[in-house]
Design a binder for this molecule. Structure first.
Ligand code: FAD
Length: 289
């Protein structure tokens, strides 16, 4: 079994990793079936598998994580959220992963389906850092956490968010960021962590935007800004789906090139289960050579 954070920290070459979703319908299942063998050919360092914060994909995430571990050469990292789970449910899920030989997790809060006034019961987990602490008591996991280069939307200010992230990363082993479009956002985050005494690997999350509309919805949830030039380039291509995809890939490659040139340890691609765009990013970066 491989500890992903150790692999990322010790890699001599930039790592290339991917995020996958557990399929939600027969159509998305068919899409994943086509994508998986193609993505495996890229030999990604690992793949992370998302989790529905409402617990909705609990079994689907578990099944996909185990399937990837059993049937492919890719090391899986299981996302898990505190949201909508009791502490004892989380212990159960963590133990089940350990029993199946899965020791890499991405510990998240998720976006809780609680209304603003609802209070968590005494002893339940409110934040991702609580899940990191819990996982440490359950077993020898390699633990990644989420980082938000432009600050998390719930935070009162960037400095507070940075301090929270530094505390979380003191306990965890590495971080993966939310998507963003300006390399400076990432390097400011890395510099801030450095100033706060944190030098653990922070992998930038890179997304090839597929449409302005989808991007705006995702950006609203994540707090990521869409620079005018990204919006304009996508709008200019909006006459054809293929043209928008090509521009999205171009944007992702340009950003990744700058990130790697300036010293990022690798890139983590939000594939949205799309093999073709991911392959184009991989090839565009010359990683296969
Ligand atoms: P936290 O670290 O708990 O932070 C949330 C907010 O609380 C921040 O404002 C932070 O500053 C603040 N905070 C943190 N600790 C404390 C504390 N101790 N006291 C007070 N305030 C604190 N969501 C899903 O539902 N499923 C997924 O699979 C998923 N995958 C993701 C993968 C990545 C790489 C990223 C970047 C995000 C992902 N998300 C996923 C989204 C994520 O769950 C949301 O962004 C969520 O709102 C915050 O999660 P977090 O783990 O960063 O939370």
């Amino acid at each position: 079994m491989a500890k992903i954070a150790e692999i990322v920290a010790s890699s001599k070459r930039p790592t290339f990793s991917i995020e996958l979703w557990p399929p939600r319908s027969p159509e998305s299942e068919a899409k994943l079936e086509l994508a998986l063998p193609v993505l495996e050919q890229l030999h990604p360092t690992f793949t992370s598998i998302t989790y529905g914060a409402g617990g909705s994909t609990r079994e689907r995430t578990h099944d996909l994580v185990l399937r990837i571990r059993r049937e492919t050469s890719i090391e899986p990292m299981a996302h898990l959220t505190t949201a909508a789970h009791t502490k004892s449910e989380l212990v159960y899920i963590l133990k089940r992963y350990l029993g199946a030989g899965v020791e890499n997790i991405l510990a998240l809060r998720g976006d809780p389906p609680l209304n603003g006034d609802a209070k968590l019961a005494e002893g339940e987990l409110a934040h991702a850092i609580d899940l990191v602490q819990l996982a440490r008591t359950v077993g020898d996991f390699s633990i990644a956490v989420a980082a938000h280069p432009e600050g998390h939307p719930d935070s009162p200010d960037l400095e507070t968010d940075r301090k929270m992230l530094a505390k979380k990363l003191e306990l965890a082993d590495m971080a993966i960021t939310q998507f963003f479009f300006l390399a400076d956002f990432y390097f400011r985050l890395v510099d801030d962590m450095d100033r706060l005494g944190i030098s653990k690997p922070i992998l930038p999350g890179v997304m090839a935007p597929v449409s302005v509309k989808t991007l705006e919805r995702m950006a609203q949830l994540s707090g990521s800004k869409i620079p005018d030039q990204v919006r304009e380039r996508l709008n200019r291509a909006s006459g054809s789906v293929e043209a928008v995809k090509a521009v999205g890939v171009e944007i992702a490659i340009e950003l990744s090139e700058e990130l790697l040139k300036r010293g990022a340890p690798g890139i983590h691609v939000y594939t949205m289960n799309e093999a073709s765009t991911t392959v184009q990013i991989y090839e565009g970066l010359g990683l296969g050579r």
